[in-house]
Design a protein around this ligand. Structure first.
Ligand SMILES: [Zn+2]
Length: 198
C-alpha cells in the first residue's frame, strides 16, 4: 500500500482562515490511545476538553489536519473501511476536520509518511495551500514554517519531530490529558517547545 490515506473535507468547511494549519496527532491528543490500537468506532473515546479545544482553534482561524500512524493496517488487522468509520465517528464528536491523514505502514515499510517523517504534514499542506516543504535536513536548523502560526500537537517525540520538519510550533501533551493541556498556550501565541531532533 502506497502513501498515506487522505480524507479531505477542506472545501466543505467554511472558515475565516488565518492561513495557518494546526497539525494534530489523534491518539493521546483528541481521543484516548490504546497499546492495541483503536480498532473500531466503538473503541474511540474522546478525551474531555478536546471538543472545546477544536472550537477554540476554529475561532482562532486554523485549518485542522489530523496526522496519525496506524500500522495496524499493514499488519493486516483491518483496512481502509475501518479507518473511515473511526474518522466518521471522530468528526461526529468533534465537528468536521479539514484533512485526516493516516499512515498505514510499519517501520520496515520505509515509507515517507510514518512520523517522525513529515510526509503526511507536507501532503496536507500541499492539498490545503498548494505549498509544502520538500526536503528535511534533520541535522540543520529548524526550517521556516509556511505560515508563522503553524503548530503541531502530539504526545510523542515522533510527533514533535514531524512538526519540527515543517517548521511548526511544537506543543507536547500528556497522553491522558490531550490537547486541552496546551490550548491556553496556543491562544496566547506561545512560540512552542524547543526541540533538537538529532
Ligand atoms: Zn507511511
Amino acid at each position: 500500500m502506497q502513501g498515506p490515506i487522505a480524507e479531505v473535507n477542506v472545501s466543505k468547511i467554511d472558515l475565516d482562515w488565518n492561513g495557518a494549519i494546526a497539525f494534530l496527532d489523534r491518539d493521546g491528543v483528541l481521543n484516548f490511545g490504546s497499546p492495541n490500537y483503536i480498532n473500531s468506532p466503538e473503541e474511540l473515546e474522546i478525551i474531555p476538553g478536546a471538543k472545546q479545544a477544536i472550537k477554540e482553534l476554529r475561532e482562532l482561524g486554523f485549518r485542522i489536519v489530523i496526522t496519525t500512524n496506524q500500522s495496524a493496517i499493514m499488519r493486516g488487522l483491518w483496512g481502509e473501511k475501518t479507518i473511515h468509520a473511526i474518522h466518521e465517528r471522530l468528526q461526529e464528536e468533534l465537528g468536521p476536520l479539514d484533512v485526516l491523514m493516516t499512515c498505514p505502514h510499519r517501520n520496515r515499510d520505509m515509507c515517507d509518511c510514518r512520523k517522525p517523517r513529515p510526509g503526511m504534514l507536507n501532503q496536507a499542506s500541499q492539498i490545503i495551500r498548494d505549498k509544502s516543504h520538500d526536503t528535511v535536513d534533520w541535522w540543520g536548523d529548524k526550517p521556516k514554517p509556511i505560515h508563522p502560526l503553524d503548530l503541531m500537537v502530539g504526545d510523542r517525540n515522533s510527533d514533535m519531530e514531524a512538526g519540527w520538519a515543517v517548521g511548526a510550533r511544537l506543543f507536547k501533551v500528556d497522553e491522558n490529558i490531550g490537547i486541552k493541556q496546551v490550548i491556553e498556550r496556543i491562544i496566547n501565541n506561545d512560540p512552542g517547545d524547543d526541540l533538537r531532533p538529532v
